[in-house]
Design a protein around this ligand. Structure first.
Ligand SMILES: [Zn+2]
Length: 368
């Protein structure tokens, strides 16, 4: 039986099903009540050929809607960033971004619940991932996107047979239009911001890093933060491993945003920043003014003795150039985290020889 939903804020519980609520009546994000803790990896075989599903018994879903995703390479960043920095190549996924981690588990749960149509809102990558995995599951999908979405991302949605709904007026307007459709009962909200099944998937990012390092964790993980799907997945995964006694500490979680939208950096650092509502950025993939799980993102940073900063486009573009010249063909948003490594070193937050893992989140093939 599919896991019920529960609310960590008020304790309410909801039965699983295609008509289950997308958030609690108190307004808080819901969680999967039956989330199995990791058991000892001693004696168990981690099979990279199974992708992230090698951790299936640690995931709260009973179906597997899969395209062979996960177990992405963890490689040395090379001399440009220093040998102590490892890049996790999250652009090596079926749709070219880490969002497939969450899409595979979210559509697995949708299939488990007998959902007929999923609805999602996205600036591009999450929409392409949900559309692709919905196609794999044989479930209809409707994806709300900004009117100015990149053609390559729109094409990925359309070619998978999903229906894109283009909305004028910025990212927040896209979410608003999408939620109206969800409230009208037009489909199950496969949201990378709200749906707890998505975070079950992104927590495998932490499982893989620990497994690839012989069940140890790095000093720090630097994550780009929009809705925080990867940073929260990392937090949940590393916390689960630590609580199960599999690893001996939590890595510091270092968040990074673009100056065009930096609510977490402002909440953590509080430093003054020149910010205007119509600011644009090359890092369109993380331009989120009001993350659904803001409080949990701040908690993840604080509990791990982490930090959060915002960067301007100049630093992001310089890092993108260096990535491409180093052989990492990624999209501009992917350059935010590597650029942050340099900034964190300048600030003295990251020591020169510190052991740091940095995800490269999306492929350069998505277009600039
Ligand atoms: Zn509640």
């Amino acid at each position: 039986m599919a896991s019920p939903l529960s609310c960590p804020a008020c304790g309410a519980e909801y039965a699983p099903g295609p008509d289950e609520p997308w958030r609690c009546s108190c307004g808080a994000p819901l969680e999967l009540a039956a989330d199995p803790p990791p058991n000892s990896p001693q004696g168990r075989t981690v099979d990279p050929g199974e992708g992230l599903w090698t951790f299936e018994e640690w995931l709260p879903v009973r179906r597997r809607v899969s395209l062979g995703e996960g177990f992405t390479p963890l490689v040395s960043a090379g001399e440009r960033w220093g040998e102590a920095v490892g890049f996790k190549l999250e652009y090596v996924f079926p749709t070219g971004s880490f969002k497939d981690r969450g899409a595979t588990t979210t559509l697995s749960r949708a299939a488990e619940l007998g959902v007929k149509r999923v609805i999602e809102d996205s600036s591009g990558n999450a929409g392409a991932a949900i559309a692709t995995y919905a196609a794999r599951a044989g479930i209809d999908a409707e994806i709300y996107v900004p009117a100015g979405v990149k053609a390559s991302k729109l094409s990925a949605i359309e070619r998978a047979g999903a229906r894109p709904v283009r909305v004028e007026g910025g990212r927040a307007a896209v979410t608003e239009a999408c939620l109206e459709a969800v409230e009208r009962g037009e489909g199950w909200y496969a949201s990378h911001a709200w749906n707890p099944a998505f975070y079950a998937g992104t927590s495998t990012f932490a499982f893989e890093i620990a497994a690839q390092r012989g069940w140890s964790v790095p000093d720090a993980v630097v994550c780009p933060v929009g809705h925080g799907t990867l940073l929260l997945g990392a937090y949940r995964g590393f916390r689960a491993l630590y609580n199960a006694g599999i690893t001996d500490r939590l890595p510091r979680l270092l968040g990074v945003q673009s100056e065009a939208a930096a609510p977490i950096a402002e909440a953590i650092g509080g430093d003054e920043r020149d910010q205007s509502a119509d600011a644009t950025t090359v890092a369109d993939g993380i331009r989120i003014e009001a993350p659904a799980r803001h409080a949990e993102i701040v908690e993840a940073v604080e509990v791990t003795n982490g930090d959060a900063i915002a960067l301007d486009d100049g630093r992001i573009e310089a890092a993108l150039d260096r990535l491409h010249r180093g052989g990492f063909y990624v999209e501009p948003t992917s350059a935010v985290a590597p650029a942050a490594v340099e900034r964190y070193r300048e600030l003295g937050v990251v020591e020169p020889g510190a052991d740091v893992v940095v995800p490269l989140t999306g492929s350069g093939l998505k277009g600039e």
